[in-house]
Write a protein that binds this ligand. Structure first.
Ligand code: SF4
Ligand code: SF4
Length: 283
C-alpha cells in the first residue's frame, strides 16, 4: 500500500470515527431533547378542551390532531368582525410546542377567545373520530343538538378580587353569560359596612354553567376574578362512602350495593378473631 493510499485510509477512518461520534452525540442530544419535549408535551391540568370532549385520557387516545374542530370554529359564519368584515381568531387553538398542552391537540383560553356556544356546535359536528362526542350535546328526547349541554369547565368566582364583593356595582360577567339567571345569577345582600347599599354578588350554578368563559372574558379586573377551571379541578370529591339520604341517585347507589359482599377477605379474616385477638396475653 502506498503512502498516499495509507493517508487516505487513515483520514477516512478518522472521518468515520468523527462522523460516528458526531452522529452519536446528536442522537443522545436528540434523545434528551425529545425526552424533555415529550415531558413538556403533557397537558397542564388546567387545560380546557372544546365542547363535548371525552374525558382527558380517552380524548388523548381518540383525537387524531386533524384540526377540523379548530377550522370549523374559525370558519363559522358568526365569526366575522363587524367593523372589518374579516374573520376573527377562532376559539379553538391547536397546541404548539410553547403551549402547556399536549402538542397538536385542541384547547381554548377563555380570556383570549371564549366559546360562543354556537347553536349548531360546528366544532363537535366536524370531529371525525368522536373525540368531541356528539352524544354529549344531543338531547336524548328530541335528538337535537343542545348547546346548554356543553361541559367545558366550571366558572369559579374569586370573592377577594371580585369588585362586586367589595360593594362596587359590576355585573359584567352576569350580562355576558349566555345562560343568564341560570348559570350565573346575582345575589342581593345588604352591605353592613355602609348600612345603606346592597351587594350584587355573582353566583355560579355548577349544574347549568357550561364553562364557555364569556364571563371570564368580560370580567373587568386586571386578572379575571371569575375564571373557568376544568371541573375535576374546580370541584371537590366527598368519597363513595358518604351518602346523601335525600338524594335519589345516592339512594340508588346504596341499593345497588346491598347484597354485594363488602367484607375484606385476607388470611387474617379467614381466622376466628378469638384465635388471634388475645394471642400472647397471659392470664
Ligand atoms: S361552539 Fe364554541 S368552540 Fe365550537 S365552534 Fe362555536 S364558538 Fe367555536
Ligand atoms: S362560564 Fe360563565 S358565562 Fe359561561 S355559562 Fe358559566 S357562568 Fe355563564
Amino acid at each position: 500500500m502506498g503512502e498516499k493510499a495509507k493517508k487516505v485510509t487513515i483520514s477516512s477512518r478518522r472521518r468515520f470515527l468523527t462522523d460516528f461520534a458526531y452522529a452519536t452525540g446528536l442522537g443522545i442530544m436528540g434523545g434528551l431533547l425529545w425526552a424533555g419535549y415529550a415531558e413538556k408535551a403533557k397537558s397542564s391540568p388546567l387545560t380546557l378542551r372544546p365542547p363535548a370532549a371525552l374525558d382527558e385520557p380517552d380524548f388523548l387516545k381518540t383525537c387524531i390532531k386533524c384540526g377540523l374542530c379548530a377550522e370549523a370554529c374559525f370558519n363559522r359564519p358568526s365569526n366575522i368582525d363587524r367593523d372589518t368584515g374579516e374573520p376573527r381568531p377562532g376559539t379553538i387553538k391547536m397546541a404548539r410546542a410553547q403551549d402547556d398542552v399536549t402538542i397538536g391537540t385542541p384547547f381554548f383560553i377563555p380570556r383570549d377567545v371564549p366559546c360562543y356556544m354556537c347553536d349548531d356546535i360546528p366544532c363537535v359536528v366536524a370531529c371525525p373520530t368522536g373525540a368531541l362526542d356528539l352524544t354529549k350535546v344531543t338531547n336524548p328526547k328530541t335528538g337535537e343538538l343542545d348547546y346548554t349541554m356543553m361541559d367545558m369547565g366550571l366558572a369559579v368566582v374569586d370573592q377577594n378580587s371580585c369588585i362586586a364583593f367589595w360593594g362596587l356595582q359590576c355585573d359584567a360577567c352576569y350580562r355576558a353569560c349566555p345562560l343568564m339567571d341560570k348559570a350565573l345569577r346575582l345575589e342581593y345582600d345588604k352591605n353592613e359596612r355602609t348600612g345603606k347599599h346592597a351587594f350584587l354578588k355573582p353566583v355560579v350554578d355548577m349544574h347549568a354553567c357550561t364553562g364557555c368563559g364569556l364571563c371570564e372574558k368580560a370580567c373587568v379586573t386586571e386578572k379575571p376574578a371569575i375564571r373557568v377551571l376544568p371541573r375535576e379541578i374546580a370541584l371537590g370529591k366527598p368519597g363513595a362512602h358518604y351518602v346523601k339520604g335525600w338524594d335519589k341517585k345516592d339512594q340508588q347507589r346504596v341499593k345497588e350495593r346491598v347484597g354485594k359482599d363488602v367484607t375484606t377477605h385476607d388470611k387474617r379474616s379467614a381466622k376466628n378473631p378469638m384465635d388471634y385477638l388475645n394471642k400472647g396475653v397471659e392470664y
